[in-house]
Design a protein around this ligand. Sequence first.
Ligand code: MN
Length: 462
Amino acid sequence: MKQYNPMLASPADAPFSSDDWIFEVKWDGIRAISYVNEKLSIRSRNQKELIDNFPELNELKELASNTVLDGEIVVMKDGKPDFQSLIQRMQNIKPGDIVYMSGKFPATYIIFDILEKDGKEMLDIPLMERKSILKNSVKEGKFIVLSLFVENAGEDYYRAVLEKGLEGIMAKKKQSSYEPGKRSNSWLKIKQEKTCDCVIFGYTKGEGNRENTFGSLIMGLYDAAGPVFIGKVGTGFSQEYRENMKQSLDKYKTERETLTGVDMDREITWLRPELVCEVGYQTVTDDGKLRIPVFKRFREDKDPFECTIDQIRPAISDYTAKRNFIRTPEPPMTQEKGMGKTFVVQEHHARRLHYDLRLERDGVLKSWAVPKGIPEKSGDRRLAVQVEDHPLEYRKFEGDIPKGQYGAGTVKIWDKGLYEPINWEDNKIEFIVSGEKMTGLYVLVKFKKAGNNNWLLFKGSD
Ligand code: MN
């Protein structure tokens, strides 16, 4: 059977309700894809074989045949997944221990997707159809269950899930295909607290009662070019825990500076980047650091190279958070692939008429509201207020946003087409537009004096 990497979810800030989406519990366990034929193999994200540690899951061989399934392994305790027991089970090596622990802390495999059946790939089949194929292909057992989901009522479901003490929910677009190994906007995870899995690159020297342990951990995430510094975490561990932890950390000591861009205000002990920990945080600052990071736990089940920066790059969460998709005709988030360089200007008859300039960039529409309209003559300049990123589908949107909803009023497309960025910096964007009304060189310059989101839009001389 072909090997698959699991599809990943993007983080979103707030729950929403929409007829185009389903909602499931987000389980706190180990993501695992199972390959069921005469032999059963269940593999983690880093392709580690898990079945040897969880022999009770062999039950799956009797409940399904010739399928590839996606799900989460959890160990339940008092009605909630207990990650600590799960990790213990991962660490057992002796057959006797494994058998004993499978009786004491049995695992449950919660299956939510089907990728292959009888040798046929299911990836391009829309999620809702895959769900029904899954239901007909797998029987539930003592240790095998199918994930429940609800349609449309994401906000209510989120509240109910948190009340049960669970971590949060997943939102999945009904029409979405399965994108192996990708972090997609068609799957969103919505949790009360955001967390990410970080690689530990070193620690700073402790002061006061931390003199013998450490001050904080230096964290990084990988992007295409290598590791990126995302901040230090110095809270979330007790004093005893710090002492134990220092011993574990010191096994990875190295003379080499393993991460660049770290502010060196304190002495740093560098570590080989092999340890992964989960860190809670509030938001990401403009310079890409975690705000108010708190250490949660080590994640021995994760591979350092899985710790990529896309974990902390939000989907279009501000956009989603502001809208109720049952009430507004605006599109919810989308799986649509970008064209690369489209632009649109929408005439928006909201409380006050304004023009929304949107430029496609990094899979979203970067957006500005321009109250006085797009400048027409070279030298003209207009205030442009940057607003939340919009999904790509928005470039086709025209319609009436009902009273009481965010941005209530009529939206019409004023101009659209392609643009070419010449220079895209944090404070200045120069671009050439080829639309019907908007053509030639334009420049956006940040106008900090007037407020954080304020820019000036110029028409340049061609
Ligand atoms: Mn607007």
